[in-house]
Ligand binder design. Structure first.
Ligand SMILES: Cc1cc2nc3c(=O)[nH]c(=O)nc-3n(C[C@H](O)[C@H](O)[C@H](O)COP(=O)(O)OP(=O)(O)OC[C@H]3O[C@@H](n4cnc5c(N)ncnc54)[C@H](O)[C@@H]3O)c2cc1C
Length: 476
């Protein structure tokens, strides 16, 4: 028997579950497919063996709370202190939540089903695009066939891709340990019974070491993907121990940090380098999350990207349900701007972060990463304000609009205090810079105050070039 859905979401990690939740709430007929369950009973005997810990940033917590999905945060701890030893600096200014991903993902799938998504605990075995814009037919491993007008591919790194773009590939090996002493930056008095997270650069790669009284101690090392000899758990354990041995840190870590550490349960190996799998969009399949761009955990940006790319898929779905082949081209442009832009920005931000570790640049792990992908700045400075035509989201739909790009707003602004930018400013007379429209200058409105803050006032009637930088850096 074949069942019909407007949208089939394949993969129920954060990206897929969040997209399915949104679509179901918007009244779209949606199926969610994932081999893992929606069972949120955390005490199952097999649970600890499936658990993996990740850091969850404030942006993800705020986004979930703002959407009414705060329940998913039950899988996360309260924010814990995070110390960093990187580039000769030892600091502990930040905080992050520790999230049990097994439970987090199950909670998000659970919420999607509660919102009306039809859940198939199954694995996609094959998908074929139907002729005459009829959508896509999905065959599940369990024998069920689904027909959907659109498919959202949220299978993470397991998604099939044609041509992939990637830099030096990184492998992470992680697991629970007992013994040793909780890692910390100098001056921090973290005890092993206190919750803390620690990031440290080492000659062979970097380590994320977290301790929590309820969850235990989780250590994740990141090494070059080619730097693993030996197979199976024995090979992983040997490599893990070699990384954690004091000699390998060349005196960088505190004595005793990993002395007497015992691996407690299976180690997990996962590829975690940056990969662009979907440089373009081919309807009716819409890749999101890691299936589009898989993010290096060094950025701490992966879960936020998973959720934000799910949000970007919503206007794409709305548009394609009306205009199946994207005759206007708006969908392709919107998708490619976001996905390809994210890949290059993440690549360059990561490179800059590796470059900070000058002392380690001689070691192969670092030498391979400080020069990739190129020498271009991660956030190119905007020298002069300009107007650009871009695809933006307006009332849940895609449309082309003028966007004002200024040195203070390098990502561009389409509306100011609810007024379209094109109604407020226009291109300068020689096609350069921007000037205030006379009719807008006469109207007292908060938008004028905003433009004045960017150097454009009715008096000067010209946006000046500001040297103020709004560049932000995402770090581990
Ligand atoms: C080692 C490591 C550490 C990380 N640490 C952090 C961190 O601390 N903070 C952070 O923000 N990000 C971190 N990330 C990144 C983060 O894990 C990902 O960016 C995020 O999980 C992407 O979400 P996703 O939903 O796109 O994919 P995934 O989370 O990979 O979900 C994919 C889903 O698809 C399902 N699936 C796969 N194949 C099929 C199929 N054939 N049929 C049906 N379903 C299928 C899987 O079961 C899974 O549920 C880390 C990544 C790695 C590798």
């Amino acid at each position: 028997m074949t069942t019909f859905h407007e949208v089939a979401v394949v993969g129920g990690g954060p990206a897929g579950a969040f997209a399915a939740w949104h679509l179901a709430r918007a009244g779209v007929g949606v199926a969610l497919i994932d081999p893992q369950s929606t069972d949120i009973a955390a005490g199952q005997p097999e649970h600890r063996a499936q658990t993996r810990l990740e850091g969850l940033g404030d942006r993800v917590a705020h986004l979930l709370a703002a959407k009414g999905l705060a329940r998913a945060l039950e899988a996360a701890t309260d924010p814990v202190r995070r110390s960093v030893r990187w580039a000769g600096l030892a600091q502990s200014a930040n905080r992050e939540r520790l999230v049990d991903r097994h439970l987090f993902d199950a909670l998000l799938r659970h919420e999607a089903v509660a919102a009306g998504a039809v859940f198939h605990r199954d694995r996609l075995a094959g998908a074929s695009v139907l002729a005459r814009r009829e959508g896509v037919r999905l065959s599940l491993a369990g024998g069920i066939t689904l027909h959907a007008r659109l498919m959202i591919d949220a299978r993470g790194r397991q998604a099939r891709a044609g041509r992939r773009l990637m830099g030096p590939q990184t492998l992470s090996i992680a697991g629970f340990v007992t013994g040793g002493r909780a890692a910390s930056a100098p001056g921090d008095a973290a005890g092993s019974d206190e919750a803390a997270a620690h990031v440290e650069a080492t000659p062979q790669g970097w380590v994320w070491d977290v301790t929590h009284p309820r969850l235990g101690r989780w250590v994740q090392i990141s090494i070059d993907a080619g730097d693993l000899r030996g197979a199976g758990q024995a090979g992983l354990a040997a490599r893990f121990r070699r990384f954690l041995s004091q000699e390998q840190f060349e005196g960088r870590c505190e004595a005793g940090q990993y002395e007497g550490c015992v691996i407690d349960g299976p180690l997990r190996a996962r590829n975690c380098g940056l990969v662009l799998s979907a440089g373009s969009l081919t309807p009716p399949v819409i890749p999101i999350g890691d299936a589009a761009v898989a993010i290096d955990p060094l950025s701490g940006h992966g879960q936020f990207w998973a959720l934000s790319s799910a949000l970007s898929a919503l206007p794409i779905v709305a548009q394609l349900l009306d205009d199946r082949q994207d005759e206007s081209g708006l969908v392709r442009r919107f998708f490619e701007d976001r996905v390809v832009g994210t890949f290059w920005r993440q690549a360059r931000v990561g490179r800059d972060f590796y470059r900070l570790e000058r002392d380690l640049a001689v070691h192969p792990y670092w030498a391979a990463r400080v020069g990739w992908p190129d020498a271009a700045p991660s956030h190119p400075p905007v020298a002069a304000s300009r107007l650009e035509r871009r695809v933006v989201v307006e009332a849940g739909r895609l449309c082309e609009r003028e966007v004002l790009v200024t040195p203070m707003d390098p990502d561009g602004v389409a509306f100011i205090a609810g007024i379209a930018v094109g109604d407020l400013v226009r291109a300068g007379s020689a096609g350069e810079g921007v000037t205030l429209r006379p009719e807008a200058a006469r109207a007292p409105h908060p938008a004028i105050g905003w433009l004045e803050s960017r150097g454009l006032s009715p008096a000067s009637n010209e946006i000046t070039t500001s040297t103020r930088s709004t560049t932000t850096r995402e770090t581990a």
